[in-house]
Design a protein around this ligand. Sequence first.
Ligand code: HEC
Ligand code: HEC
Length: 267
Amino acid sequence: MAREKKRRSNGRRSPLAAAALIGAGLMITGAVYAGASAAFAATDTQTAASSTLTVEDGEKLFQANCATCHGLDMQGTANGPSLYGVGELAVEFQMSTGRMPLQMQGPQAPQKHPQFTEDQILAVSSYVQSVAPGPTFPSDETLDGKGDVAHGAELFRVNCAMCHNVAAAGGALTEGKYAPALTETSALHIYAAMVTGPQNMPVFGDMNLSDEDKRDIISALLFQQQSVQIGGFSLGSLGPVSEGLFVWIFGIGALVAITVWITAKSN
Ligand code: HEC
Ligand code: HEC
């Protein structure tokens, strides 16, 4: 009896200790993750500022980092397309979303942490623009987010939602390609994507969507990014798929748990 008591006070920890430990572990992991992702989001380049580097610096950066695939004169090689007529906006978009320089051939160039500073990116952009001009930066007004949100949301549903999902949460396409979520994309990059049509995305020229329409779409997406989720959990805004999955896991899971509990009781 005495031995039993002694072991209890020395050896065994409270049953709550394990739960508290797991709880604390989860909290720390969550806090670190939240901090890290916030820091990552904060580095996104928002608007174009004039570069302190020159076009010549851009040329050197291009030759060192891009020419192996795109060719010394941007004529293209077996590893990368020609950049004639692609323009500075496409270069800014590709480099500051981390898609370029490409690291590995695959179904789609993935977004990465950008490898160059904003100044370096603008220098390379100016260099490409000086050799083979293409679409350029829009006016500040187009990006100000003060357009007609309702009209923009309608245009988004008609032109973009089939690939990017109605809630702009992104979606899978064929052959391992995908349309990314637009929940963190900056106004400039929304515009750039529409004008330059990266990879599997079509180009939305002035004939399809005027600059005013683009401004409305940008406003609608920015509005959506800033607004608070209403109507409970969004479940990824995938509609019946994730709702069904939720019922499968939690609804049927609960039924199984209750059944097990009842049979355990009756014994
Ligand atoms: C390893 C090879 C590789 C390297 C290095 C590389 N690229 Fe690319 N780049 C590609 C490929 C492949 C594509 C086509 C992607 C696709 O459409 O699937 C591409 C596409 C692009 C496009 C889009 C073209 C378009 O039609 O819209 C731009 C702009 C671009 N690259 C710029 C750059 C710049 C600037 C650099 C250097 C910082 C760079 N690339 C480095 C392979 C490369
Ligand atoms: C046919 C499908 C399709 C349609 C329609 C489409 N997109 Fe895309 N979009 C894509 C794909 C695929 C990518 C990824 C391209 C890449 O990674 O280079 C993309 C990329 C983007 C990006 C870049 C996201 C980022 O964070 O880097 C933006 C912004 C975007 N699309 C906005 C739009 C808007 C706005 C419309 C409607 C006007 C639209 N898209 C219509 C397929 C589509």
